[in-house]
Design a protein around this ligand. Structure first.
Ligand code: SF4
Length: 66
């Protein structure tokens, strides 16, 4: 399975909480920015993760494939 790193464009994130609710193992609330942030570890690009990325209303979650 492919792996990649998650990047969140905090400018576009409107903190709807969807990613954090759906996958708290990868996504967190960042008190510093008041927006979502993601684990810095490489993650596997599972169907579940892709579904969560597709849920983001502002399309601000990116995967940089390794
Ligand atoms: S789903 Fe998108 S807009 Fe919502 S909190 Fe996560 S990154 Fe931000």
């Amino acid at each position: 399975m492919k792996k990649g790193r998650l990047l969140i464009d905090t400018y576009r994130c409107k903190w709807c909480e969807a990613c954090v609710v759906e996958m708290p193992e990868f996504f967190f609330y960042d008190e510093r920015t008041g927006k979502a942030t993601a684990t810095s570890e490489p993650v596997e690009l599972t169907e579940t993760l892709e579904a969560v990325i597709a849920l983001c209303p502002t399309n601000c979650i990116e995967v940089v494939e390794k």
